[in-house]
Design a protein around this ligand. Sequence first.
Ligand SMILES: C[C@H](O)[C@H](O)[C@H]1CNC2=NC(N)=NC(=O)C2=N1
Length: 93
Amino acid sequence: MEASQAQDLAGTLTDWVINENATAVSRKINCKTFAKAVTRINQIAEIAETEQHHPDLHLTGYRHLEIVLTTHAIGGLSENDFIVAAKIDELLK
Ligand SMILES: C[C@H](O)[C@H](O)[C@H]1CNC2=NC(N)=NC(=O)C2=N1
């Protein structure tokens, strides 16, 4: 999709940031424990498998999870990224 459309959609997702060239959106969550972070990863994996659209998940500092969504097939953002982002937001709220 066009960068301007991606920026508009990203603007509706308050907890996500869009990168400079509008090719990815990301959200960071701080979990209380390593085990809770791994539970989140598994819940997000289930959404990804259902949607057949998969985020990059970075678990660092043992309990800080960054979720990055981009559509690898096009090297940019697609509607699928925003669908998965909304489902992750629903999970986390
Ligand atoms: C066939 C299969 O659905 C595709 O290869 C999917 C799988 N999940 C994917 N996830 C993401 N983020 N980008 C893709 O291009 C992608 N491709």
